[in-house]
Design a protein around this ligand. Structure first.
Ligand code: PMV
Length: 312
């Protein structure tokens, strides 16, 4: 194959971030912000026309290049998933890039292989983490990790350093979510490390991580019953638990508070420390306005989007 076009979506987390790193349940939805990548074999590495090499690429792309033999290629990246914002930007970039490298090397480009490659890239770059973002981006739609599932919904099982995750697809009924971006960029690695340190030194922090897992399982039941009131209140409660873990920030709290009068519930999404929050609502315009008035950037997102796509 000479050239290929791939794409992969970002995601947001309904419930379970951070705790999922320790094998607890989580639920994530792919959404309509995605990266598209056009790639072809070349004599030298180029990104958007500019010379590149594995050392000045993002750590995720460098890892994936090395994983597949450092084949020089020229890539053009389009589209946008805001980075450092809890929307799975690096996972989406990794999935699109893994798909491009695999396609050009005539390797399988099934979703599972791409999810596995991009998880390894994310883990290497973050130093720790779960396969939530990378699986959501590869699969699309809605996924859950470490929840009870029907056999036909099972996707794949991933293990790393003594942790294990069963990933399954979930059907999420029609629901409207609004994302609010604080525009404060906060890379994932240091936040995951902060929670690790807190959890290792403090049994209260460990109990909060366990509780996030339980809240997520309750949330899954609420999703199955299409109970937005219950799901929203669990999301707001989860935000409080994440705040206790130290991964919220004043601007995230402000956007969550501002959204609540028009929402079933709201919480930070992703690693926190800045980045985005998400609200579940039937009044998206009002939530968007409240977010704007409080200094955030709103996106009314749609879900049910495809995962990684490969076109030659
Ligand atoms: O902030 P993001 O989009 O990288 O999401 C991170 C999610 C965490 O649960 C905090 C980490 C992980 O690897 O699952």
């Amino acid at each position: 194959m000479k050239s290929v076009t791939t794409s992969a979506p970002g995601k947001f987390v309904i419930l379970g971030e951070h705790a999922v790193v320790y094998g607890k349940p989580a639920i994530a939805l792919a959404m309509n912000m995605r990266f598209t990548m056009r790639a072809h074999r070349s004599n030298e590495f180029k990104i958007n026309g500019a010379p590149a090499n594995p050392h000045n690429m993002s750590p995720h792309m460098r890892y994936l290049s090395e994983l597949h033999g450092n084949m020089p290629m020229s890539i053009f990246i389009d589209g946008r998933v805001p980075s450092g914002s809890g929307l799975g930007s690096s996972a989406a970039l990794s999935a699109a890039y893994a798909a491009a490298v695999r396609a050009l090397k005539q390797l399988p480009t099934d979703k599972e292989s791409i999810a596995r490659d991009s998880f390894e890239a994310e883990y290497a770059a973050q130093g720790r983490g779960s396969p939530m973002d990378t699986s959501a981006s590869a699969q699309g739609g809605g996924i859950a990790l470490n929840v009870p599932y029907k056999e036909e919904d099972f996707l794949w099982h991933i293990e790393k350093n003594g942790r294990a995750w069963d990933i399954s697809k979930i059907d999420v009924p029609e629901m409207t979510f609004v994302i609010g971006n604080t525009e404060i960029r906060a890379p994932t690695g240091p936040l995951v490390e902060k929670v690790r340190k807190y959890k290792e030194s403090n049994s209260f922090a460990r109990s909060i991580v366990d509780e996030i897992g339980e809240v997520t399982l309750d949330g899954l039941e609420a999703i199955k019953k299409n109970d937005k009131v219950k799901l929203g209140s669990l999301m707001t409660y989860d935000h409080k638990l994440l705040s206790i873990l130290g991964v919220s920030c004043p601007q995230l709290n402000k956007l969550v508070e501002a959204s609540l009068p028009y929402s079933y519930g709201a919480k930070l999404t992703g690693s926190g420390g800045g980045g985005c929050m998400v609200a579940l609502t039937d009044q998206p315009e009002k939530v968007a306005e409240a977010i704007r008035l409080h200094g955030g950037t709103p996106y009314i997102v749609s879900t049910g989007v495809p995962g990684v796509q490969v076109k030659s």
